[in-house]
Write a protein that binds this ligand. Structure first.
Ligand code: FES
Length: 162
């Protein structure tokens, strides 16, 4: 039997603050922030039951919520580590040696793409352009951008997070 997922009053209040920004017929506009709110409140990931609860609350078809949640890499549909390392490997970053950073991270953390370290601390993920190409190579760890990366710089960042 599927586990019931209940949106807390606090979460509903936060979602309601977004709903107020749009006309009633544009409820779908609050979907992206609603997904973020629920994800942030539940260890950084969204279960199927959570997506269904969001669909019910916003009175949207479940498929519409699932489509959005599965399209964007910023939503996690499986458990993630305490810190999520999203490393851009798109063109500008690739030309500035993001592959070297990626290999370094994989070796250092002992994980492959979209995997979490055994201690649950870090999840490593390659992502498309993070819109910060001027600072390539770039990664976003949780919600913070780090640019002009080198293996040495990423070591310092990880050390501070450990
Ligand atoms: S290509 Fe990496 S931030 Fe744009």
């Amino acid at each position: 039997m599927k586990k019931q997922f209940v949106l807390s009053e606090g979460i509903k209040e936060k979602i309601n603050s977004w709903l107020k920004k749009y006309p009633p017929e544009q409820v779908r506009s609050a979907l992206l922030p609603a997904l973020h709110i629920v994800q942030d409140a539940h260890k950084g990931s969204l279960t199927e039951a959570a997506l269904e609860a969001i669909a019910d609350y916003l009175q949207l078809p479940k498929v519409a919520v699932f489509e959005v949640a599965t399209f964007y890499s910023m939503y996690n549909l499986k458990p993630v580590g305490q810190h999520q390392i999203n490393l851009c490997t798109n063109v500008s970053c690739m030309l500035n040696h993001s592959e070297k950073i990626y290999k370094h991270l994989k070796k250092k953390l002992g994980v492959s793409d979209n995997e979490t370290t055994a201690d649950g601390k870090f999840t490593l993920r390659q992502v498309e352009c993070l819109a910060a190409c001027a600072a390539a190579p770039v990664c976003m760890i949780n919600k913070t951008y780090h640019g002009n990366l080198t293996p040495e710089k990423i070591d310092i960042i990880l050390e501070e997070l450990s």
